[in-house]
Design a protein around this ligand. Structure first.
Ligand code: ASP
Length: 374
C-alpha cells in the first residue's frame, strides 16, 4: 500500500486534468446559425459547396527555412495543395479549388481584377455553389475586396483570405485563415453581407478593411472595427453594414469590360507637379490626390491640378493620413473648382470607386454623390 503523502500529488494531478477536461467540454459561445447548413435546416442536412479560387500571394508562398517569416517566395504553391494541407476544411464544407492566377497581389491590374470578378460572378450563378473563397496576396486584398463588394450581383457569401506568413514558416497563419474563410463563406449568417475579408480571427467588410503593418499577422484593420470574429469554428457577427454593396449598387461586373485609368498622386513636402502632368499624359481620366491632412493642396499644386482638370481629368481630394473624412469645401473650394472629395475612402479604395463611377457619369456633382453614397 502507498503512503498517503505519496498519493497526494497523483490525486491532485488527476483532479487537475479532470477539471481541465470538464472546462473544455463546457466551452460555450453565443448561439449563431449553423456554420454549414442553410438557414432553417440542421447541420447534418448538407455541407455548403464552396469554390476556392487561388490567385497567389503569401498564402501560396514558401520560404527557404521555417524561420523565414517575412523573406520567402510568394505565389508558388498551387491552390489544391493549399486546400489539401488543411484537411479540417472537408469536415465543414465540400470544397473545390480553381487556380485563376499565381501572382503576388501587387501585380493585380484592372484586367486581372475584371477577370477575377467575372469568374466569381459566373460561379455565384451556379445553383450548386453556395459561396466563394478567394486566396489572395495581402498587399492589395483590400482593393479586390472593395471592387467585388461594389460589383457582384449576388447575396451568396464571398470571402477573400490571405496570410502574412508562408505555410513553411513557424507560426504560419494561412491554414487557420483559410479554414476560417471557408467557415464564414459556409455560414448562412454571411449571406447579404457583401464581400468579406477574413484574417487573424476577424471578419471585415471589403469596404473598410485595410492593411496597416508590413509584417505582423495583426495587420488588417477597419476604422469602425471588424464585423465579427471567427472562433472555435464559429462565425460570430456583431455589426451590420451601413453603406450599399453588391446587389444594392449600380455597378455590375457582368457589364463592365474595361475600367478607366485612375491615377493616385501622393503628396509630400516639395511634391513635384510633374507627377500630375505624367498622370495626364498617361491617359488618366481622374487623379486621386492623396493630399496631406484633411486634403490640403499646396498653392503651386492647385495650379497643376486645375490644369489637369482643364484637360478633362477629374480631380478627387483624398488624404494620406490613413483615416478620417475629407471635408468638402474646407481645405479647398471644391464647389468653385468642381473637385470631388473622397468622404472616408483611402486613396487606393477611392481609385476603385472612381474607376467604377466613371463608367456611369463624368459629371463632378454626380461623382461626388457616388462617393457620399458608397
Ligand atoms: N506581396 C505579397 C502579396 O500581396 C504579400 C502577401 O501576400 O502577404 O501577394
Amino acid at each position: 500500500m502507498q503512503h498517503p503523502a505519496k498519493l497526494k500529488p497523483i490525486v491532485t494531478a488527476l483532479l487537475l486534468s479532470a477539471t481541465l477536461m470538464a472546462g473544455a467540454a463546457h466551452a460555450q459561445l453565443a448561439p449563431s446559425p449553423s456554420a454549414t447548413a442553410p438557414a432553417g435546416t440542421t447541420t447534418e442536412a448538407r455541407k455548403a459547396n464552396i469554390v476556392i479560387i487561388g490567385t497567389g500571394g503569401t498564402i501560396a508562398g514558401a520560404g527557404a527555412s521555417a524561420t523565414n517569416t517575412a523573406a520567402y517566395q510568394s505565389a508558388v504553391v498551387p491552390v489544391d495543395k493549399i486546400i489539401a494541407s488543411v484537411p479540417e476544411i472537408s469536415k465543414v464544407a465540400n470544397v473545390k479549388g480553381e487556380q485563376i492566377f499565381q501572382i503576388g497581389s501587387e501585380s493585380f491590374n484592372n484586367e486581372r481584377l475584371l477577370k477575377l470578378g467575372k469568374r466569381v460572378s459566373e460561379l455565384l450563378k451556379q445553383p450548386d455553389v453556395d459561396g466563394v473563397v478567394i486566396t489572395h496576396g495581402t498587399d492589395t486584398i483590400e482593393e479586390t475586396a472593395y471592387f467585388l463588394n461594389l460589383t457582384l450581383k449576388s447575396d451568396k457569401p464571398v470571402v477573400v483570405v490571405g496570410s502574412m506568413r508562408p505555410g513553411t514558416a513557424l507560426g504560419a497563419d494561412g491554414a487557420l485563415n483559410l479554414y476560417d474563410a471557408v467557415l464564414v463563406a459556409s455560414s448562412p449568417a454571411s449571406k447579404g453581407k457583401g464581400t468579406l475579408a477574413v484574417l487573424n480571427d476577424e471578419i471585415h467588410t471589403g469596404r473598410d478593411v485595410t492593411k496597416t503593418n508590413t509584417f505582423k499577422t495583426e495587420t488588417f484593420r477597419s476604422p469602425f472595427g471588424p464585423l465579427g470574429y471567427v472562433v472555435e469554428g464559429r462565425t460570430l457577427y456583431y455589426r451590420t453594414l451601413a453603406r450599399p454593396h453588391t446587389t444594392q449598387t449600380e455597378f455590375d461586373i457582368d457589364k463592365i469590360d474595361k475600367l478607366p485609368e485612375v491615377a493616385v498622386v501622393y503628396a509630400y513636402g516639395n511634391v513635384n507637379p510633374a507627377s500630375v502632368d505624367a498622370a495626364v499624359k498617361s491617359g488618366a481620366k481622374a487623379i486621386v490626390y492623396a493630399a496631406t491632412g484633411n486634403g490640403s493642396v499646396g498653392d503651386y499644386m492647385v495650379e497643376s491640378l486645375k490644369a489637369a482638370q482643364a484637360k478633362g481629368v477629374q480631380v478627387v481630394r483624398a488624404s494620406r493620413t490613413g483615416s478620417g473624412i475629407v471635408v468638402r469645401n474646407a481645405e479647398q473650394p471644391d464647389d468653385k473648382y468642381n473637385w470631388i472629395v473622397t468622404d472616408d475612402q483611402l486613396p487606393q479604395k477611392a481609385r476603385i470607386l472612381m474607376a467604377l463611377a466613371l463608367t456611369k457619369t463624368n459629371d463632378p456633382k454626380a461623382l461626388q454623390q457616388i462617393f457620399w453614397k458608397y
